[in-house]
Design a protein around this ligand. Structure first.
Ligand code: ZN
Ligand code: ZN
Length: 246
């Protein structure tokens, strides 16, 4: 993840000598005496969140919500190495038509996007705005399109919009167009849902303002700094604010 890539070891609190890498995929070379789920030769990718293995969230498979959750690298199972020992409960079978690179992508970025997509989609109309056309935002779009939603991808960066279009994402827009559209037609019913993937303070705020009454705003883009949204923005339209992680 770029957060890790761009942070200094001091900022991350990382021990000297730690093997980094939290998105490994590979082949099972050896199994421990208590392992029952995988056999030598199986292709796997890895869920990088480790919980205590005893609490309600861990039993539900939501290790990311466990109070003792740690990433696999911090816990000593970093993936940037040829061989690593990893608990079998963190391994996910990788089907043959997915490459190891696909597996690496699915385990972190893909899962993050899928979780957000599940949380924004409803049984009613699904006009969804995605803020940020990086890997997570693009994944959200592809997943939501498969779920039958009408999706618009929004990014101020024209290169990112062009790249999204080259992948077949048909509805891409910049911020100004979206905001002007809303200004010109204040009664426009708006979007039913939005996913904010960028961490931009501006996008965090607009992700609520473009919603129709009773819309859902899902946040997964991390940011540091002052709060960007005010309760006034979501009280009157009875918007649901949703946090989402991997
Ligand atoms: Zn737990
Ligand atoms: Zn990651």
């Amino acid at each position: 993840d770029l957060h890790f890539y761009r942070s200094t070891p001091t900022e991350l609190g990382i021990r000297k000598g730690l093997v980094v890498g939290h998105e490994p995929s590979g082949i099972v070379r050896k199994t421990g005496s208590g392992a029952t789920m995988f056999q030598i030769g199986d292709r796997v990718t890895v869920n990088h969140t480790l919980g205590c293995g005893k609490c309600m969230y861990c039993f539900q498979g939501e290790t990311v919500l466990c109070a003792e959750n740690r990433g696999i690298a911090i816990a000593g199972y970093g993936g940037d190495t040829n061989l690593l020992a990893i608990p079998e409960t963190t391994c996910i079978p990788l089907i043959d038509n997915l490459s190891f690179i696909d597996g690496t992508f699915v385990a972190c970025t893909g899962a993050t996007a899928y979780n957000a997509a599940k949380r924004v989609i409803s049984n009613d109309e699904n006009n969804i705005a995605i803020f940020g056309l990086g890997p997570v935002g693009l994944s959200c779009i592809l997943i939501l399109q498969k779920m039958g939603a009408y999706v618009v991808g929004i990014d101020p960066n024209s290169k990112r919009r062009e790249f999204a279009a080259s992948l077949g994402v048909t509805n891409v827009s910049d911020f100004d167009t979206i905001i002007n559209l809303k200004k010109q037609s204040p009664n426009l019913s708006g979007f039913n849902g939005s996913i904010e993937t960028s961490g931009s303070f501006f996008a965090q705020s607009v992700a609520i303002d473009i919603l129709a009454p009773k819309g859902r705003a899902v946040y997964l883009g991390l940011s540091k700094g002052k709060p960007s949204i005010s309760p006034e923005q979501f009280i009157h339209k009875q918007i649901t604010i949703i946090g989402s992680k991997v």
